[in-house]
Design a protein around this ligand. Structure first.
Ligand SMILES: [Zn+2]
Length: 150
């Protein structure tokens, strides 16, 4: 099993691949605990989104090793490091629509509409985390300068 499926539509490799790791020639391999967390993300976030919108998509970023996360310019306590967070978009679905569907239908820890501009409903991307011990259902929009609750 070189590319195990986590759910019907998502492979582990889709949640661990990293262009930063490739570019820098470094690894980006999750440990067993991170794989468990990535599996829960696929089960509780990605797969329900896939089923609802019935459109194929592949996440842009899931797990990031400490080194990759630092190179990505993200802070040290990013939920990507523990395999709790994933970034994605669905082609043809405005990110604002996607964010509101997740907010209204799923259990999650933190949902951020990243780098989103009000005047462009497709701008930015979705960052969503799932932490079965602490799902706060916190919803934020980040416009590149400041965060606000939605
Ligand atoms: Zn993210």
């Amino acid at each position: 099993m070189e590319h195990p499926l986590l759910t019907a539509h998502f492979k582990l490799t889709e949640l661990t691949r990293s262009s930063i790791a490739l570019r820098h020639g470094i690894g980006n391999d999750p440990g067993p605990e991170e794989v468990v967390n990535l599996t829960r993300l696929a089960q509780h976030i990605l797969e329900p989104v896939r089923q609802n919108f019935a459109l194929a998509f592949s996440p842009s970023s899931g797990f990031r090793s400490h080194q990759v996360n630092k190179l990505a310019g993200s802070n040290g306590n990013s939920q990507h490091v523990t395999g709790h967070a994933v970034d994605f978009e669905i082609p043809t679905i405005p990110n604002r629509i996607l964010a509101h569907w997740i907010k209204d239908n799923l259990v999650f820890d933190q949902l951020i509409l990243e780098f989103h501009q009000e005047e462009d409903s497709s701008s930015g991307w979705i960052h969503c985390s799932y932490n079965q011990n602490k799902n706060r259902k916190a919803c934020l929009i980040f416009n590149g300068t400041e965060y606000r609750v939605f």
